[in-house]
Design a binder for this molecule. Structure first.
Ligand code: HGY
Ligand code: MN
Ligand code: MN
Length: 421
């Protein structure tokens, strides 16, 4: 670490206005009118436009930009005098959003990474290792399951070919969409193994705000299970068909959604269960539904309990099929075991927050993140900032500017300390 203007590296702070301007600039792409939110589903035109903007910012900073076969974008800074063969300290996240998303989920982690590099460039401070900022493709998995698809491919957990062949909820296919938006790159998969990885992300839950704490030192990510359920019944006339003769896929779907809520209540926190998507066919007011396709999202910090919840789902499906006389099939969309982050990096996050006089606590993550995939190949952890009212995956998602800045300052210092190790 060179000190050229008398400022100790530990005293460096990011430029908050510049960070907020970039967040606002990116949020204009796919903006949801009348809200702070964005809609940039993976590999759509809006995602392409967001990527183009971030790549331009990376190039303006003089980063070397590489794009791999699933569209992961890595911007790398090798400071003068630093050995380019040294593995970089990497940060990053995602800029794809759910269809009704906020402007901070993922975007903060990418733009704070750019801000860290611009701050160091501006202050003439060169870290002892290269730094990299990555935009991981399709973290949300909402259009093309599974979630964290790009980072899973990056770490070698999913073959590029397999990811490219995934069909979306709208009949599109990953490979064709990547070609269409021009982000199917040639950089190798799996990607280069970082020295360490740290991701800044909004909490997307109520804990930090409720406890009045500024920074979360994230220790773990809970397990995730996504299942697509297809229920085949018999369409019939809504007026003439006696209730006892119905094979109503719509009723069966509603029953399953109710039973999943009851299952989560019975297992107790942190078990969560969500039926987020239900498509009925033919979806008409006077027709008993012939078919229902719905999704079940189950999560728990303990894999044994999550496995039990999955077993209970299967039992429920058999009971509903027998009672309603419908046939039910399932398709696994995602299954990730709980992840424990590297204790050394978690400790660094906690200590750095303390050094910056920011209140902090250790906590699990209820949401999935790219960091959980990077933890398969290098020491990784996360930094959380509070979410107003715990709201996320909602255009009303908001984090106070001073929390955005504080989290980014912690990211800056953690990356410098990781680079010095
Ligand atoms: O589903 C998740 O937890 C993340 O938002 N992809
Ligand atoms: Mn996210
Ligand atoms: Mn998300």
């Amino acid at each position: 670490m060179t000190v050229t203007d008398g400022i100790e590296p530990s005293e460096l702070r990011i430029d908050g206005d510049r960070l907020l301007q970039r967040l606002a600039g990116l949020a204009e792409i796919g903006a949801i009118a009348g809200t702070e939110g964005c809609s940039r589903l993976a590999f759509t035109d809006a995602d392409r436009d967001g990527r183009d903007l971030v790549v331009t910012w990376m190039q303006d900073l003089g980063l070397t930009v590489t794009i791999d076969g699933i569209g992961n974008v890595v911007g790398t800074w090798v400071p003068d005098g630093v050995d380019p063969a040294l593995a970089p300290v990497m940060t990053g996240s995602h800029i794809d959003t759910v269809a009704t998303g906020g402007r901070y989920d993922g975007n903060l982690g990418v733009l704070a990474g750019l801000e860290v590099i611009e701050t160091l460039l501006g202050a003439g401070h060169a870290p002892e290792r290269p730094l990299a900022v990555t935009v991981f493709s399709n973290e949300e998995g909402a259009r093309f399951p599974p979630d964290m698809m790009g980072s899973l491919v990056y770490v070698g957990g999913m073959a590029v070919e397999e990811a490219l062949a995934v069909d979306g909820i709208d009949g599109s296919r990953v490979g064709a969409e990547l070609d269409r938006i021009g982000y199917r790159g040639s950089a190798p998969s799996p990607g280069l193994t970082p020295h360490a990885f740290v991701e800044l992300h909004i909490e997307q839950g109520p804990v930090l705000e409720r406890e009045g704490i500024r920074i979360g030192a994230v220790e773990s990510v809970q397990g995730i299970s996504w299942t697509e359920v297809t229920i085949e019944g018999q369409s019939n006339h809504a007026g003439t068909t006696p209730m006892a003769l119905r094979h109503d896929a719509g009723y069966a779907a509603a029953r399953l959604a109710t039973r999943m809520r009851e299952l989560a209540t019975e297992l107790g926190p942190p078990q969560v269960a969500t039926v987020g998507a239900i498509d009925l066919h033919p979806n008409l007011v006077n027709v008993v539904a012939a078919r229902a396709v719905l999704t079940v999202d189950l999560r728990h910090t303990d894999d044994a309990v999550l496995t039990e919840a999955e077993r209970r789902l299967d039992v429920e499906l058999e009971a509903i099929a027998a009672a309603e006389g419908v046939s039910i099939s399932t398709r696994r969309l995602a299954r990730f075991e709980p992840v424990i982050f590297d204790p050394t990096v978690v400790g660094l996050v906690e200590a750095t927050a303390g050094d910056l006089d920011l209140s902090t606590r250790r906590m699990p993550s209820g949401a999935g993140h790219d960091a959980q995939m990077l933890s398969r190949i290098c020491p990784s952890a996360m930094i959380f900032t509070p979410s107003r009212d715990g709201i996320s995956h909602n255009p009303a998602e908001h984090t106070d500017p001073d929390d955005l800045v504080a989290g980014s300052d912690v990211l800056l210092q953690v990356m410098l300390r990781l680079a010095a190790r």
